[in-house]
Ligand binder design. Sequence first.
Ligand code: NAG
Ligand code: NAG
Ligand code: NAG
Length: 334
Amino acid sequence: MAAHTLLDKPLQFSSLLAISLFLFLVPSIAELQRFQQSAKADGSLSFLVIGDWGRHGLYNQTEVALQMGTIGEKLDIDFIISTGDNFYEDGLTGTDDPAFNESFIDIYKAKSLQKLWYNVLGNHDYRGDVEAQLSPILREKDSRWICSRSYIVNAEFVDFFFIDTTPFVDKYFINPGNQTYDWKGILPRYQYLSRTLEDLDSALKDSKANWKIVIGHHTIKSAGHHGVTEELLVHLLPILEAHSVDFYVNGHDHCLEHITSSDSKIQFLTSGGGSKAWRGDINWWNPDELKLYYDGQGFMSFQMTQNTADMAFYDVLGNILHKWSISKEAISTM
Ligand SMILES: *[C@@H]1O[C@H](CO)[C@@H](O)[C@H](O)[C@H]1NC(C)=O
Ligand SMILES: *[C@@H]1O[C@H](CO)[C@@H](O)[C@H](O)[C@H]1NC(C)=O
Ligand SMILES: *[C@@H]1O[C@H](CO)[C@@H](O)[C@H](O)[C@H]1NC(C)=O
């Protein structure tokens, strides 16, 4: 099996770093898939972000879904973003896995949630049949479902960059324990990772949108159980910094969290409260940077225009836990 090659030859930081250094010498092989998303007629765009959710309605998944329906209606949302870990514990077994109905279709039933769902994959999704989640058969079952490994959504004044972060994490390859991961389609790993970074880098460079949002399953900065993902800190963050990304949005830690940073303009947002939350599981983080850490279930919303962004986090009862706004001048787009 191909996975053994990687186990025999564990990926070292140094070799991955070497790949990053050569990144800009490699000619572009492929471009990321793109989707076009319209803003509303009044020039605004609103959406919800949920992560770490598919548990057959258990652990308050259903209650969170009901509140998403209510808030989604109120904000007249245009779409939903999922930060991954879409189906617990081990992704989907195939396109006919009943979990697709029981954890998605039958849970997010509210009228306002009948919009496109832009999904990324999480590590738990990689423990099942990944190609099932990517399959057009799921879209035939439910036309809301969009899932690809890494892709772009152009939404007029906002560009969204969805990044497949699971293959970046060394431990899933070096020390998988009793888990098996479906690495079909991403090996050889070095090539996959460097191409992903290269495609992201060039797409960010070409982006003319006033706002740039990057979405991945794994954390870059987090005070939660999993904490910082070193591989992303080293390889992904410099690319986001170089292109003035506004927000990095992730799941993985089962909490709601907002981190700003004195040495970066990027705001780091965790929306991983879709079902099972990890009460009390928090590490120290600089209080000047940690604007919210909530260890229960919930989700977040964005309402954006060309020059403004209003964000909010909600708990399982729909109460606003934290909200803030930012504005900026439109960049000149020639
Ligand atoms: C569901 O949410 C309520 C309200 O926050 C909380 O008291 C309860 O513990 C949650 N249940 C689970 C299983 O997490
Ligand atoms: C799954 O949901 C779809 C859409 O609502 C429905 O047509 C189909 O019968 C459901 N399948 C099962 C096994 O419940
Ligand atoms: C797999 O490993 C986890 C964590 O070490 C353990 O809790 C679980 O019982 C193991 N499962 C099996 C089937 O061995």
